[in-house]
Write a protein of this length. Structure first.
Ligand SMILES: Cc1cc2nc3c(=O)[nH]c(=O)nc-3n(C[C@H](O)[C@H](O)[C@H](O)COP(=O)(O)OP(=O)(O)OC[C@H]3O[C@@H](n4cnc5c(N)ncnc54)[C@H](O)[C@@H]3O)c2cc1C
Length: 403
């Protein structure tokens, strides 16, 4: 099977939030038409991974402000739902602080953008397996035995499954027990997450908290196990990274220094104050049990799992859900390993791409998301990271400096 790509000079690998925003910006800025862009993604629809993961944690509102979305104009989402500000907050379409959109209106807005820019017609449902330079472009082989040649490639693969973070005790047991899962691993059924039997949620960050709040509010027995006191921050990194101040400082550093600054700039495993208040309320009411300790060992019986904690206490639960996020290792697995090896691409001591300021790894090959972390900073994986990356990549393509 081959894919005729000569009329589609642009390939975006990954049709998530980043890939969609990049495609929309290429079209909106007149760099390419939808018919000239291919979005390669094995999932059934554009942005289906985002929808699946956010549904799993049952989040009601985004953590990020309403100006962070996939359309070119930051005000477009707010404008669509204008009317009275207060009425929308009362109705739950936006939440304070920062007028954060509900997941429902965010998704509905993104779907309308995907339709307006005809992104579904760009979608080629397959997984990129190997990328090699060929002439002035790149030959990309993908699942199902296909390949094609594109002049420009943007890697927008997000946080891939090979980088899920498993505590050591879980790594040893994850394949053995059907009732021990990571919340972001593939194929976790919503039914399994909403079992009315006792679930242990391991993690102290926003995903653990959102799911714990949701389950406990429904009266499902739930214990949340976290290593220590809640880390409370409105955003998952300092707001300084949203502007140019922190970024200009980052640009002065060596790759090794950048890694340190980025790790320190991230509020990993933190929860916003509103969710922390909900957790405490449910804990006080006895609907949710919150325990500060770590798992020492697990022992599955015929009907339940016995969990021994480092504190010496024990628990009997029906299932264990890990909400331990992603590790910091470079996303992309073999696809990126081969690319580095084949094209001799520069990487920093932490393994991440060394890019130019327009996020080009080598001529014609751009990256966004976690792979662009050393240029964009701690929020490169977030929605705002996509917007910042698009400005840089388009700067290269249009010679226009975007505000
Ligand atoms: C539950 C949850 C809530 C979040 N809430 C927020 C929030 O409120 N605000 C915020 O800013 N951020 C939030 N984030 C962070 C969020 O992940 C990002 O903002 C966004 O999803 C990142 O977009 P992405 O396109 O990089 O990754 P994804 O949305 O994960 O998309 C990556 C795509 O690449 C595809 N892909 C991967 N490998 C390949 C390959 N080899 N070939 C082809 N395709 C491939 C995948 O199938 C996937 O569709 C949240 C994350 C989660 C998990």
């Amino acid at each position: 099977m081959g894919h005729l790509s000569s009329k589609r000079p642009w390939l975006i690998v990954g049709g998530g939030v980043h890939g969609s925003h990049l495609a929309i910006m290429l079209i909106a800025q007149g760099v390419a038409q939808a018919s000239e862009i291919t979005i390669l993604d094995p999932r059934p629809h554009i942005m289906s991974k985002w929808q699946e993961m956010t549904n799993r944690v049952e989040m009601s509102h985004l953590r990020s402000p309403g100006a962070h979305h996939i359309a070119p104009d930051p005000q477009a989402l707010s404008r669509k739902f204008r009317k009275s500000r207060n009425r929308h907050i009362t109705k739950g379409l936006f939440a304070l602080p920062n007028r954060r959109p509900s997941l429902m209106i965010f998704n509905s807005f993104c779907q309308s953008c995907i339709a307006d820019y005809d992104l579904q017609m760009c979608h080629l449902q397959a997984k990129a397996l190997r990328i090699r330079r060929q002439g002035n472009g790149f030959k990309v082989s993908y699942s199902g035995g296909g390949d094609g040649i594109w002049q420009k490639v943007i890697l927008a693969i997000g946080s891939t499954d090979d980088t899920l973070n498993y505590p050591v005790w879980a790594k040893e047991n994850i394949r053995k027990y059907g009732n021990l899962k990571h919340i972001f691993e593939p194929n976790v059924a919503i039914d399994w997450l909403s079992t009315p039997e006792h679930m242990l949620i391991v993690g102290g960050g926003i995903s653990a908290a959102q799911l714990a709040v949701s389950r406990a509010s429904k009266g499902f027995p739930t214990t949340m196990l976290k290593r220590g006191p809640l880390r409370i921050h409105q955003f998952d990194s300092s707001p300084c990274w949203m502007g140019s101040q922190c970024i200009s400082k980052l640009q002065q550093l060596t790759p090794a220094q950048k890694r340190k600054v980025i790790n320190e700039g991230r509020n990993s495993g933190s929860v916003p104050p509103g969710i922390a208040a909900n957790l405490r309320r449910l804990d006080r009411n006895g609907n949710l049990k919150i325990v500060d300790s770590q798992v020492d060992s697990v022992d599955p019986g015929a009907t339940s799992i016995e969990v021994k904690l480092e504190s010496g206490d024990g628990l009997k639960v029906k299932s264990i859900l890990l909400a331990s996020g992603y590790s910091g290792i470079r996303p992309g697995g073999q696809l990126i390993d081969f690319l580095i090896q084949d094209e001799k691409l520069p990487i920093s001591p932490c393994g991440y791409p060394i890019l130019d300021q327009e996020l080009q790894w080598c001529p014609g090959l751009f990256v966004t998301g976690g792979l662009a972390e050393l240029e964009i900073g701690p929020l490169s994986r977030n929605i705002l990271g996509a917007r910042l990356a698009a400005k840089r990549i388009l700067r290269k393509e249009t010679n226009v400096v975007f505000p």
